[in-house]
Design a protein around this ligand. Structure first.
Ligand code: ATR
Length: 286
């Protein structure tokens, strides 16, 4: 297979489904801010199609890509080299073309930390953290939370073995602990609770005791839109001081990716404000 002669620098998001993704709009806005053109498209790829589609993308001048569900772990396997967070997470959301291969990075965690510290003004240092979920989303953020200086990370997951695997992958047994959902009532209070399951899109979140929410606790759902509503409602009812959805993290992880591709980090506030407005309009129209 040869590179087409009129190859242009291309960027893309791979996932399934990708019809409603916000990523092309986010990257188009970043490119406008930078004053440069950028060809960024959403490519719907089932896991069995992904290796072939990614190879074709590279031949056609693909220089970078984002990867979303359900391809993040598979993407890690297709990379020649992994960044530290991607290695520990076992998942990749950003691909950067390096020579004839791919460097795989995970920018989700840095995106979350940036959203919490810069946009929401939270100091994460010393926090006692509960991470609900142990799938790709949870694995993607755990390394950056630890790096940001939290004290302890407690992981609960419907399938306990996955929580154990996440804890093992972090390699910090003194700081990362696993617990059963049934024991949530005995865990005391937390100062940061991160909801990283996809339960709201399925049968719903398991019941959470309100006593988990400590003084000055921040509750964060990595989802946004409808999928974040149940947990954020629980957090407000539990009197959490800060209640945050995943929209800010989405924009920040995209900015991190953009920076890896172009060596330039966009100003994220205008894009965030535009998406927040759009989302508020959607919610109020329902
Ligand atoms: P993602 O990349 O979004 O994390 P994933 O890797 O499929 O997707 O993980 C989904 C997460 O949501 C997992 O923690 C999953 O728990 P299991 O590991 O037990 O599957 C969690 N999850 C999904 N539906 C759930 C439900 N109804 N109740 C509790 N947890 C649920």
């Amino acid at each position: 297979m040869s590179t087409s002669p009129d190859a242009v620098a291309r960027y893309a998001l791979f996932g399934h489904p990708v019809a409603h993704t916000l990523s092309p709009a986010i990257h188009a806005a970043f490119a406008r801010e930078r004053g440069s053109g950028m060809h960024y498209e959403a490519i719907d790829a089932l896991p069995e199609q992904f290796p072939e589609l990614l190879a074709r993308f590279a031949e056609d001048g693909g220089l970078g890509a984002n990867v979303t569900l359900p391809l993040k772990q598979q993407a890690a396997e297709l990379c020649d080299e992994l960044g530290e967070h991607a290695r520990r997470a076992g998942a990749v959301n950003t691909l950067v073309r390096k020579g004839s291969g791919w460097l795989g990075l995970c920018t989700d965690g840095r995106g979350l930390v940036r959203d919490l510290t810069e946009r929401n003004g939270l100091d994460l240092r010393g926090r006692r953290v509960l991470l609900i979920g142990a799938g790709g989303a949870a694995r993607g953020v755990a390394p950056a939370l630890l790096e940001a200086g939290i004290a302890d990370l407690f992981v609960v997951n419907r399938t306990p073995e996955r929580a154990d695997a996440l804890a093992d992958a972090m390699g910090q047994p003194g700081r990362v602990h696993t617990r059963y959902f049934d024991d949530l009532g005995k865990l005391g209070e937390f100062t940061l609770i991160v909801q990283a399951t996809s339960a709201a899109r399925g049968s719903g979140l398991p019941p959470l005791p309100m006593g988990l929410v400590g003084n000055r606790c921040a509750c964060v759902d990595l989802n946004y839109g409808e999928a974040a509503i149940p947990f954020l409602a629980w957090a407000r009812a539990s009197r959490a001081q800060h209640v945050v959805d995943g929209l800010g993290m989405l924009v920040e992880q995209a900015a991190e990716s953009f920076n890896h591709w172009h060596g330039w980090r966009p100003e994220t506030e205008p894009v965030y404000a535009m998406l927040r407005d759009r989302q508020n309009t959607l919610v109020s129209a329902e």
